[in-house]
Ligand binder design. Sequence first.
Ligand SMILES: Cc1cc2nc3c(=O)[nH]c(=O)nc-3n(C[C@H](O)[C@H](O)[C@H](O)COP(=O)(O)OP(=O)(O)OC[C@H]3O[C@@H](n4cnc5c(N)ncnc54)[C@H](O)[C@@H]3O)c2cc1C
Length: 476
Amino acid sequence: MRGPSRHDTVFERLAPPAAAVDAALAPTRHAVFWLEDAGAAPAYPTLTGSASADLAVVGGGYCGLWTAVLAKRRDPGARVVLLEAETVGWAASGRNGGFCEASLTHGEENGRSRWPEEYAVLERLGRENLDAFEADVRGLGLDCQFERTGVLSVAVEPHQVEWLQESARAPDHGFLDAAAVRREIDSPVFLAGDWSRDDCALVHPARLARELARVAAELGVEIHEHTRVTGIDTAASGRVSVHTGAGSVTSDRVALATNVFPSLLRRARLLTVPVYDYVLMTEPLSDAQLASVGWAHRQGLGDLANQFHYSRLTADHRILWGGYDAIYRRRVGAAHEERPETFRRLASHFLTVFPQLEGVSFTHRWAGAIDTSTRFAAFHGLAARGRVAYAAGFTGLGVGATRFAAEVMLDRLAGLTTERTALEMVRRLPLPFPPEPLASAGINLTRWSLDRADRRQGRRNLFLRTLDRVGLGFDS
Ligand SMILES: Cc1cc2nc3c(=O)[nH]c(=O)nc-3n(C[C@H](O)[C@H](O)[C@H](O)COP(=O)(O)OP(=O)(O)OC[C@H]3O[C@@H](n4cnc5c(N)ncnc54)[C@H](O)[C@@H]3O)c2cc1C
């Protein structure tokens, strides 16, 4: 066994006994809590035969569903068909943390460094998007446990306190010292906090997807599940042919919302890579257990390390605990969702943060693939002389940003010039990842460097500084 090192993180210095981790994980099942909790879902028919549409949407996650709903809002008479390979919301949209953030740029620092000229506009558009999201939750009656509680960022290492003091200067933010942050959420490892009150809401992820599908269907969108699109053909005169296993749709316009799955456009294949993110869910806390933590304001919670955790309460007082390990895989595959060493690490870190919850069990464990792009934020593309639009690359922050991406796709498919389509962020695509084996080598070196920075007061090595300079990176 290795002895303590001065580069150990707080999670290593204050690790709980192995027996406590074993006991907490013992009753865990591999299942997505949110999908179970959302209950039975309506089944939408598989597409057979040929159909015709004004707009065909590929993908039944948030991005595709918002595209379909907003298309019907723009033109109630339009014939909109949505094709989903499996079931609505089964993928990232049904299994995420449910943090619905205003940021369209994966945070302020990333946004300011990549688009300094237009950052103020991006920030405003992001805020407007979150406000419009909230208005739609109410106006469309989306029953998704939306709560605009904000997000509490916490420092767990001394060097992170300084970072917080800077970010907490922004409007609607507030710096909390150790005592104040512990009055919000009580953990002995929290050194300080920044509560950003208005920039983030929490949702029940799977319910949001199902509710968007319900509204889409009520507006007249034809939804087809178990309908995988195998290819699109743009050669035919003016219209696009969308081929599925048992049928096809001929459509004027097509929106591709396939996220981390292989793009139907060859040119977009290297713009994202799958990075697996892992999550644990506790059993419901008793009143006494919840009181020992506080959390009366139910904020989203995240720490500031490069390898960070995110956490939140559910409606029935469970704690979701996810993040930290971000594991790159060459392809999406269910086998990658089981990773015992990561679940053990997460459980151990949870007990370091909340030692008063020793004895609480985890009931669910799951994982999902995140569509990481080299700029950590979504890209928006157009193909086939304006007849096919695509959006992906949300890099772990797509709950809010997919709604914005849907508006962008609809603007562009209609040939409109809007404030959104004029953005450099929208007009320019990110650099692609290199092909294998270079991608693996580069991504693994980046992960190693980020872990090292977390252990050395946040200091970035030459490799990371070079990536920063050329605007390349890797995140979850
Ligand atoms: C564990 C985890 C935690 C996360 N936490 C957060 C968070 O707290 N906050 C946040 O903002 N973001 C978070 N994210 C990211 C967020 O979930 C995604 O950015 C968002 O759900 C993307 O929505 P989407 O519709 O683009 O993708 P998806 O939900 O993946 O939907 C894409 C759909 O396209 C379908 N599809 C793909 N190819 C085809 C084809 N050829 N034919 C037909 N259908 C096809 C798929 O079956 C899938 O249903 C998290 C992600 C994960 C995995």
